[in-house]
Design a protein around this ligand. Sequence first.
Ligand code: C5P
Length: 220
Amino acid sequence: MIVTLDGPAGAGKSTIARMLADRLGFAFLDTGAMYRAVTLAAVRNQGPWDDPSRLADLASRCEIEIVGRTVSLNGEDVSELLRTAEVTSHIHYLADNPRVRKGLVDLQRDFAIGKNVVTEGRDQGTVAFPTAECKIFLTASPEERARRRVMELRSRGEPISIAEVLDQQNARDQRDSARAVGRLEPATDAIDFCTDGMLPTEVVDRLVAIVREKAQRADG
Ligand code: C5P
């Protein structure tokens, strides 16, 4: 069974998707980490940012492996290097590139072969797994998402204002929603789920119930 969890940055997808996969005993696929890994390779190569074709060639030569929480790029564990501001600010060069997206979607489908999977991203229910049995579109209001992000950054000793986070978040949402291929949007058969005011455990409890109901329907 495939469960897709799509939604904007900061809606809590990664945390929720991991917890949900654990609760269900499913494999977990963090597709954002794949985009981050090819972006890290491009940052190290210094682009070339103005040449989509060479960026796609570079991405196609990347060997990406995800095992649990460990992401390897060409055999090197890069898990701790994927969330830097430099990687985040360059992702759009790779994520907007249709050839890069096609390569990563193929990899995502390969990962899911023969497995029960919770997969998390922007286009999992629309492009990567259009026939998935259960599709969730996870949202939260921009203010709540920004508040959560500020708390996370402050707990890491990185003080930042809500206004600054809101600006960055809006810019990322706009880019993710505007791209020609694989844009951020709910699949027509996705369940819209807003997490405002809910604890992660409450969200996961509800999602487990939704997945089980879908699984029963698919069986019977
Ligand atoms: O989820 P995360 O913040 O790690 O994703 C980083 C970026 O990768 C997103 O802002 C988006 O631009 C891109 N992405 C994507 N399609 C996915 C997953 C991530 O375009 N399936």
